[in-house]
Design a protein around this ligand. Structure first.
Ligand SMILES: Cc1ncc(COP(=O)(O)O)c(C=O)c1O
Length: 424
């Protein structure tokens, strides 16, 4: 069994919880799928996101197996909001059986530019403007909407274009109601949030859509980010209600369960596994006879990526060791925005023992630009590199140019070990 299998989400030891199956210690330091990372930092500069095709494909294989075990027809739409790096999208396209989940007109247009057909693109978003709707209609993906306003304006847009048949099929995004995201954090749980129709109004909304000349062919529920194992019962009850709604609306052909399978972000995380998730789908959704669709982001991409940074500063300040990096929350938002500190590992000595606590901070002029506080850390020297992990999901895709610090570089290690730069 690999160090970070589907079942274990891979701990090698409590101290090295971040060591996934793709990461290993080589003579040159930390390696991703066998490729040493320090020479990449040297060659391409830092901050630098590095992704690995092999890990991406392993995660996809695990999800395919989980879906197959439900016995229902199924399809995976990779959520490009978590990682839209060109070479990563190319990996998805080369898989041959994947679609892309999109949430803005530009994402749809980028999916088309990477060779995905409109029928391979799913669009789910809210608070859409007239311009958004027109651009999405130009591109032609299947659309999931979650307000009567959007349904009304979407129908008007289709009427203006004289659209018929398939083009008038639409999905309804539903409120999962349950709070099943990472540590039930309201930022990461989608029940009772800004999204979705209530389960008990879906039938009436489907009639409303029919009155507009639309046919509801899909129900969509995205329940939360990085759901823990303890969320299984609540998620099962959301799926059970979804199934009930599907049975009440015969035109529904597809049940889209969004993303939400996560990865380990803290030593004591116990993520919902694909096997448990598959069991819930088999129990609640497969008996409806509908196609099961999912939109994974984090599960596929998180463990496939690391962020390499340079240590710019090591200073004892008022009795506290501070370690400064050449990247801030503009480059990776996890700590500042979600309160989730990533693992921070010396690149050349990934398994070095801690010598004491340190605060690790970025180079942005904001007090909350701190990657971790009181973290047991090894000795670090100015000028050396560290790797932040897991960093393949919602890293570059959520970055900004705050303080005009610019963006990180980004590369993909292809399956043959070569490096692809791509155009961002
Ligand atoms: C509608 C929808 N689908 C899929 C995803 C991907 O989720 P995850 O990264 O948890 O797999 C998200 C994330 O926010 C989402 O909002």
């Amino acid at each position: 069994m690999t160090a970070n299998s589907t079942a274990s989400h891979g701990i090698q030891s409590q101290d090295r919880w971040w060591m996934s199956d793709g990461l290993s210690e080589s003579p040159a330091g930390l390696a991703l799928d066998g490729v040493a990372l320090a020479p990449l930092a040297e060659a391409h500069g830092t901050p630098l996101y590095v992704h690995s095709e092999l890990t991406l494909r392993r995660r996809l294989g695990e999800l395919r197996a989980a879906l197959q075990a439900t016995g229902a027809p199924s399809k995976i739409y990779f959520a490009m909001k978590c990682n839209r790096f060109g070479p990563v999208l190319e990996v998805m396209r080369r898989e041959g059986d994947l679609g892309l989940d999109t949430c803005s007109p530009r994402e749809v247009e980028r999916a088309l530019a990477h060779g995905f057909a409109p029928s391979e693109i799913s669009f789910t978003a809210g608070n859409l403007s007239e311009r958004d709707l027109a651009r999405v209609a130009d591109a032609g993906p299947h659309v999931n909407l979650d307000t009567r306003s959007a349904l009304r304006r979407w129908a008007a847009e289709l009427n203006r274009r004289g659209a018929r048949g398939e083009a008038r099929k639409v999905g309804l995004r539903l409120d999962p109601k349950v709070k099943v995201g990472w540590r039930a954090d309201p930022k990461l749980s989608y029940g009772d949030s800004k999204f979705g129709f209530a389960f008990d109004e879906a039938e009436e909304v489907a009639r409303y859509a029919a009155g507009l000349g639309l046919e509801v062919d899909e129900l969509h529920v995205h329940a939360g980010w990085a759901m823990p194992r303890s969320a299984a019962d609540d998620l099962g009850s959301a799926f059970a209600q979804m199934a009930e709604v599907a049975r009440a609306i015969p035109s529904v052909r597809v049940l889209d369960v969004g993303g939400g399978l996560g990865w380990r972000y803290r030593a004591d995380d116990d993520p919902l596994t694909p096997a448990i998730w598959s069991g819930l789908l088999r129990q609640h959704l497969a008996p409806t006879g509908r196609t099961i669709v999912c939109e994974p982001g984090t599960y596929v991409a998180a463990s496939a990526g690391v962020l390499l940074c340079e240590v710019t500063t090591v200073e004892l300040r008022r009795g506290v060791r501070w370690i400064g990096l050449n990247a801030g929350h503009n480059i990776n938002v996890f700590a500042a925005h979600y309160g989730i500190p990533l693992a921070i590992v010396p690149l050349r000595r990934p398994l070095a023992e801690p010598v004491g606590p340190a605060n690790i901070a970025g180079n942005i002029n904001e007090a909350n630009d701190v990657f971790a506080r009181e973290r047991p850390m090894p000795e670090l020297e100015e000028g050396e590199w560290v790797a932040l992990a897991p960093a393949g999901a919602y890293g570059q895709s959520m970055a900004s140019d705050h303080c005009m610090r610019g963006f990180a570089g980004e590369i993909l290690i292809a399956a043959d070990g070569s490096v692809q730069l791509g155009v961002r």
